[in-house]
Design a protein around this ligand. Sequence first.
Ligand code: IVH
Length: 703
Amino acid sequence: MTHKEAETRHAELAEQVRAHDYAYYVLANPTISDQDYDRLYRELADLEQKFPGLITVESPTQTVGGAPLTEFRPVQHLTPMRSLDNTYSQAEVREFVDRVQRLLPGEPLEWIVEPKVDGIAINLRYEKGVLIIGATRGDGTTGDDITANLKTLRSIPRKLKSHDVSLELKPAETPRLPGLLGTIPDVMEVRGEVFLTRAGFAKLNAERKKVGEETFANPRNAAAGSLKQLDSSIVAKRPLDLVIYGLGFVEGLDGESPQRHDAVLNWLKSLGFKTPEKTWHCRSVEELIAAIAELDELRSQFVYETDGAVIKLNSYALREKAGFTSKAPRWAIAYKYAAEQAETKLEGITIQVGRTGALTPVAELTPVFLAGSTISRATLHNAEELRRKDIRIGDIVTIEKAGEVIPAVIGVVLTRRTGNESVFEFPKTCPECAGPIARSVGTSAENAGVVWRCTNPDCPAQVRGRIEHWCSRGAVDVEGGGEVLASQLVKHGLVRDVSDLYTLTFDSIARLDRMGEKSARNFLKGVEASKTRELWRLIFGLGIWHVGAGVAKLLARSFASLDDLQRASLEQLTEIDDVGGVIAKSLVDWFGEERNQQLIERLRAAGLNFQSALYDPKAALRSFSGKTFVLTGTLPTLKREEAASKIETLGGKVSSSVSKNTDYVIAGEEAGSKLEKAQKLGVRILDEDGFLKLCGGGGGIET
Ligand code: IVH
């Protein structure tokens, strides 16, 4: 075969395989037998092996990428991926419609209702019809580049169909935008949800169980876990699929523009995407409520799990007028179906000790199938809840599961009580370390004061939890440092706090159970790699109460280094937007403890990155804007002009007299009446030291 002949044959075969992939994976309507398909596919693959020059990114053979990645590259979406606000009742749907109508007075409103697929949101970017990047939602602006993983999904077109497929559409779907059908824009983002079918999930879990691997709690977790794999050959084995429900950025449509959502869905379908299998077109609240009810009836038959209905305005022009809040569009909303409930027997109660020492009673249940997965454990929240609901061992209890929320016991079926049930005795000491426990404030408003905590900071359960949290992907991300390893490291006394991870040697860990040489080396590599993580990950990883990933990012934006954060005062911390008194106090308390200071020194000695790449001096600057300062007395080192200049560079104002509008008085020696007045008015007073702390580490700020 000459190269020219090979090229022609390759093009033919690629087109045929692509068409059959579409028929099989998107339309679920194959037109040839599996054998015939395999024959075509093999011929294509053989040809590419003989003539590797013919392989292109869009070839249907290129489903599994090359070598496993070491990490996912961040990618910025061309337009942000927003979330949806939730509603839970008909009344709230009504309120939503009224709200939109108020934003669009006099406009007739048409809605589209779609299933809310319970999977993982993704963004696909096509340029000139070729898939360039596939990414997770991430924080809405930037996601992980998971192109290699997404390319393993046969229902994601690598190349968009450009021929007119209107003939394939049923008459009822006659497009309202014939101009767009088959049109391929220069750049386009499409958004959808990747999911694992219920059947695929059951099969995957059965296989994992057989080989002793941990099973996934539900299809959504399994889909998330699959997309997080760095090795796309593993992803290729997972039965993932997707639904595309909308557009992101679009450019280069030759004068046409998307005008209605229903037409856009038809257009997306014409390009080869799998779109929602059923949608409803509604013109009133009544029609919306009927559609929501109908979807509820149907959804158990869908191959994916749905946790609600999404209501969207059909007209793009009206969407634009309605606009967005910071988080979600004003023109769409999710209606969440009530959590599913089941009844089962409470066989026993165990106590779990978390990383903050909290003792959580856990219900051990007769396994029961609920909302797509088998539940054998559920949370009982805390001792108080147990007492209040009078839950006894042997009771038939009602459990509930809503979406991603952990299943919970919500009550006892009293009519089924026999009298043979027994009251659970809440332990008087920590079941993990036998250490003392104390009632303490909870970490959230709901459980303030009702949580029993183990007060021994060296309690193995807490240490284990802290290690696991540090290693988790959302925090410092130490590859291989999961639950099992954390527990072994603690059990064998190899690790007492997270800094000990950095002193582990091959010899010390290779002896652990089930630790092969390769895993040991990989883990040590993971530990080494974790030294250069961004500062916010480290801050989050420390597990300080009330400091989640979001707060950690805010802190890393406001402080140049961990040292600056450590030195920060309560006042300085509360100056940061969205950091309230509770968070600030928690930080100051944590950094004030000697063992934590020692921990930080050990992390420093291990060579961890303490500098913040997110640090934005302007973010710190903004903290002074609109604030008024009064200087009085003689400061120990700063001249008055220096202090004034610092305040002004940071966006503040210097005033000569104290009033109730004064935010701070900076007082030095021999401060007189101004200080007195400030004291009387309750104005915040700082000495030079406090003032310098407030200025925020000084990084990058000129005086
Ligand atoms: S539209 C700006 N449509 O639900 C509008 N979202 O809770 C963005 N989801 O982040 C979303 N099915 O991941 C839309 N038919 C559907 C959906 C859907 C599932 C997910 C999506 C979104 C989340 C919001």
